[in-house]
Design a protein around this ligand. Structure first.
Ligand code: AHR
Length: 382
């Protein structure tokens, strides 16, 4: 496989005058504990993995007859703007032009579909399996089957709880608990700046047992405990706008005027919540002291940040979906027989439209808050 990839790289190099594959942005794997919070998040670095180790195949015997590297990608679904940007990133990177054949399967947010997809990839003898696990539990059996077939599995975005780290070659994604902590640090600082001490929060959670939900909910729960905030209710909106709206309607029926903060675990849920709040006659915005309802969100997609610029979302914490080039870096390293870090966290930002808070502190580290302008939004890739 290594020889095949190098030959392909040389051909591309001759054609383009440059040996590098096309990537969306430079990526330097952050192998240090970038946040100081990985242990707390249950995501401590567990070491490294080498191509020579267990999962590397001598000869792919794969379904590609043209020398391409065959990658099977078991995607979660198409539930959100984030997910669509993520799919695009993977498809753009793993193109025929770049020397890959991509087998893409949309799991429609169902783990059983993803398991089926992985089994079909094994049957087709792909060179690599990339898995974005919908939820954390229940992957051991199928990952063992991939290991027996000597197909390296790279996990991306969310994590899976596995009985042995040998069941996957590497993971790259976000520190979701840190995202939650950053959002809550901003909320605390902002509420203080408005002299609002009583926060009555509802949490529209992501898909239950998904790492993004587990981390963001944990970040909120810790802040509720620490600051004495009131958590009125928490319910899943499954990361979709439609369910976000339905859950918000339920919260309005139950808690009505008591709510002053809506913590949405992604942008799409925030769009649904804002719709429900407006339809019920509530004022959504950043004037917490004046009685507006403050909506928090995650992802920082273009539509999310546009809503934040208008003040309808108060603070949007980034979850970066551009994993195509990151996964490719891992595959290239494995092809070259190099050691790769087992877990690679992506650096992420935090955005808000109020200008009052320009930095926040989480677990002894300081993070800059980017105050939104149209130029900031225009300068972003998704
Ligand atoms: O796992 C990442 C999360 O999944 C994103 O926050 C959400 O929008 C997506 O559906």
């Amino acid at each position: 496989m290594k020889k095949r990839f190098l030959a392909l790289a040389c051909v591309l190099g001759l054609l383009t005058g440059c040996g590098d594959a096309v990537v969306e942005e430079p990526y330097i794997p952050d192998t240090t504990n970038q946040t100081g919070t990985q242990e707390a998040a249950g995501t401590a670095d567990t070491g490294s993995s080498s191509a020579a180790a267990d999962t590397q195949k001598e000869d792919s015997g794969s379904s590609s007859s043209d020398g391409n590297i065959v990658v099977g990608f078991a995607q979660v679904g198409a539930e959100s703007s984030w997910r669509i940007a993520n799919t695009e990133s993977m498809k753009n990177t793993f193109s025929e032009e770049n020397g890959y054949t991509l087998l893409f399967e949309d799991g429609e947010q169902k783990q059983e579909n993803q398991i089926k997809a992985i089994r079909s990839f094994i049957e087709k003898k792909v060179d690599y399996i990339v898995l974005a696990p919908a939820t954390e539990d229940g992957w051991d059996d199928v990952l063992k089957e991939a290991k027996d077939a000597e197909i390296p599995v790279i996990m991306v975005d969310r994590m899976a709880k596995v009985s042995s780290e040998d069941l996957y070659a590497a993971w790259v994604g976000s520190n979701f608990e840190l995202e939650g902590k950053k959002a809550c640090a901003w909320l605390k600082a902002y509420a203080d700046s408005q002299n609002v001490t009583e926060l009555n929060i509802v949490d529209i959670q992501g898909t239950m047992d998904a790492s993004a939900q587990i981390g963001r909910t944990a970040g909120l729960n810790a802040a509720v405990e620490e600051n004495g905030w009131n958590l009125l209710g928490a319910e899943t909106g499954n990361f979709t706008q439609a369910q976000g709206k339905t859950v918000m309607e339920g919260f309005i029926d139950k808690f009505g005027d008591d709510i002053n903060v809506v913590y949405c675990e992604n942008d799409d849920e925030a769009f649904g919540a804002i719709e429900a709040l407006k339809e019920a006659g509530y004022q959504v915005g950043t004037d917490l002291a004046g009685g507006e309802i403050l909506v928090m969100a995650f992802d920082s997609t273009n539509p999310g940040l546009t809503s934040a610029l208008s003040g309808e979302i108060g603070c949007d914490t980034e979850c970066n979906p551009l994993h195509g080039s990151r996964v490719e870096e891992i595959i290239k390293a494995l092809e070259a027989g190099q050691t790769v870090e087992k877990q690679q966290y992506v650096d992420e930002e935090i955005f808000a439209s109020p200008q009052d808070i320009t930095s926040i502190d989480v677990d002894g580290s300081s993070y800059e808050v980017t105050v939104l302008t149209q130029d900031v939004i225009d300068g972003r890739a998704y």
